[in-house]
Design a binder for this molecule. Structure first.
Ligand SMILES: [Zn+2]
Ligand SMILES: [Zn+2]
Length: 411
C-alpha cells in the first residue's frame, strides 16, 4: 500500500498528458461565465477517472466527487476563467483567441487540480475519505463562487471538513507559500456621481463646476489612508477613473469617479466606505452642488482569511514534502472570491500560492532588485508561468495538502 506522498512518485505517468492539456487550455482561453469548452474538457476527464460529475453549476461550474470510504471530505477549488487581454508572450501555445488570454494563470490551476484528481483516483489504496474537485467559473468578475452557491452547491456536495485553493504568482517555480490569517484583501469598487450646474466655460459665476468638485474629492480621498488609518494597517484607495465634460469651453452638469479599495479587516473596510461617503457629501456641500451625490458600491470581493489550524496542518505537510521550497507567503493586495464557498458552508479553509517564474530569472531579479520591473505579474500580457516545475509543484501541493486529511489514520 502506498502512502499519500508516495502517490507523487507516479507523477511521471501523467506529466506528458497534463502538459498537453495545459498547452491546449492556454491556447483556448474563455472569459468569465463563458468557460464552456474548458468545463467540457474538465468534466469529460473527471468522468473517465470515476468521479461523480455535476455540470452547469452556477452556469459553467463543474463539480467532481470521488467517494473512497470513511474519512474526511476535502474540497479543492480551481478557477477557470481568462481575461480580456491580448497575449504578448510569444509562446508556441499562446492564445488563439483575439484579445483573450489566460493572464492570471487559472489554466495552471485547472491543470493542477485535474492532475491531483487523476492521481488520487488511480491510487485509492493510499487514502480514504471523499474528494470534492470544484472548478469555478468567473473568479475575475467576483461572482462565480457566489453563482455556484446560489445554484445549490451545498445540496450537491457532502459538507467538506476543509476547503483548499491555490494561486500561481510571480516567484521561483517549485516553491509553495503559506500564510495564516488574512492573506488576500477584500476589495470594493465605488462609483461616485457628483452634480454641478453646467454652463459656458467663460461664465463660471453662473455655474457649479463638477470638474473642480471632483478634483477636490480626489485629493481629499487621499487623506483617508494617509490620515485616518493606522500606519500599521495596510489599506489601498485608488481613483481609477474620472469622467466629466465633452469640450474645453463647456462646464458640464456632472462628474463620475470610480474608486477601488483594498482592506484586511471588516472594520477598516467599513471605516473607509463611510469616509468616502462623508467626503463626497462634504465636498459637494462645500461646492454648492445642487444635489446630493450618488454613491454606489459594486464588484465587492470578500476578505481571504486563512484558518490558523488548517494552515498550520498544510504548512507541516508542505515542509515535509517540499523542504526548503516551502516558504512563508507575503500579504497580498489582490483579492479572490474563493472564500465565499467555505464561508457559506461554514468550513475552515486555507489558500496558498505557488511560484511560476523561472527559478534562475527569479534569483537574478531578486539579486538585482528588479523583480517589479522585469518579472511580468498576473494580468500582464506577458504573464506566462514556466510550465515546469510549476505544474508538478501545483499538483503535488494539492495532493500533499489533501493528504493531511485523507491519509489513513488522519482525522
Ligand atoms: Zn486575476
Ligand atoms: Zn487569478
Amino acid at each position: 500500500m502506498s502512502t499519500v506522498a508516495g502517490i507523487l512518485n507516479d507523477y511521471e505517468t501523467i506529466r506528458a498528458d497534463q502538459e498537453a492539456f495545459y498547452r491546449d487550455l492556454h491556447a483556448h482561453p474563455e472569459l468569465s461565465h463563458e468557460e464552456v469548452r474548458t468545463a467540457d474538457e474538465v468534466a469529460r476527464r473527471l468522468k473517465a477517472w470515476g468521479f461523480e460529475v455535476h455540470v452547469g453549476v452556477g452556469g459553467t461550474g463543474v463539480v467532481g466527487i470521488l467517494r473512497n470510504g470513511d474519512g474526511a471530505t476535502v474540497l479543492m477549488r480551481a478557477d477557470m476563467d481568462a481575461l480580456p487581454i491580448g497575449e504578448a508572450t510569444g509562446a508556441a501555445y499562446a492564445s488563439t483567441v483575439d484579445a483573450v488570454m489566460h493572464a492570471c494563470g487559472h489554466d495552471v490551476h485547472v491543470a493542477c487540480l485535474l492532475g491531483a484528481a487523476r492521481l488520487l483516483s488511480s491510487h485509492r489504496d493510499a487514502w480514504q475519505g471523499t474528494v470534492v474537485a470544484l472548478f469555478q467559473p468567473a473568479e475575475e468578475t467576483g461572482d462565480g463562487a457566489r453563482g455556484m452557491l446560489d445554484d445549490g452547491l451545498a445540496g450537491i456536495i457532502p459538507k467538506p471538513d476543509v476547503a483548499l485553493a491555490q494561486h500561481v504568482l510571480p516567484g521561483a517555480a517549485g516553491t509553495v507559500l503559506t500564510r495564516p490569517g488574512p492573506v488576500l484583501s477584500s476589495a470594493d469598487s465605488v462609483r461616485i456621481t457628483v452634480h454641478g450646474r453646467g454652463g459656458h466655460g467663460s461664465m463660471p459665476q453662473k455655474t457649479v463646476d463638477p470638474v473642480v468638485l471632483a478634483a477636490l474629492i480626489v485629493v481629499r480621498l487621499q487623506t483617508i489612508v494617509a490620515r485616518e488609518i493606522a500606519p500599521t494597517e495596510p489599506a489601498v484607495l485608488t481613483v481609477g477613473s474620472i469622467r466629466a465634460g465633452s469640450k474645453s469651453n463647456i462646464i458640464p452638469d456632472e462628474a463620475v469617479l470610480e474608486l477601488n479599495l483594498r482592506t484586511y479587516t471588516e472594520q477598516t473596510r467599513r471605516h473607509m466606505l463611510a469616509s468616502i461617503e462623508r467626503i463626497a457629501r462634504g465636498e459637494s456641500l462645500a461646492s454648492g452642488s445642487p444635489r446630493e451625490p450618488e454613491i454606489e458600491v459594486y464588484d465587492s470581493f470578500p476578505l481571504t482569511e486563512n484558518d490558523g489550524a488548517v494552515t498550520a496542518r498544510v504548512a507541516v505537510a508542505f515542509a515535509e514534502h517540499f523542504g526548503a521550497d516551502s516558504l512563508p507567503m507575503e500579504l497580498q493586495t489582490a483579492s479572490e472570491d474563493f472564500s465565499d464557498v467555505p464561508r457559506a458552508l461554514g468550513v475552515p479553509y486555507t489558500y496558498w500560492s505557488i511560484g511560476g517564474t523561472d527559478p534562475d530569472a527569479w534569483a537574478k531579479a531578486v539579486r538585482d532588485g528588479t523583480v517589479f520591473s522585469t518579472i511580468p505579474a498576473n494580468h500582464s500580457p506577458l504573464f506566462l508561468p514556466v510550465m515546469q516545475p510549476t505544474l508538478e509543484t501545483g499538483t503535488a501541493a494539492l495532493v500533499v495538502a489533501a493528504g493531511a486529511w485523507l491519509a489513513p489514520g488522519s482525522e
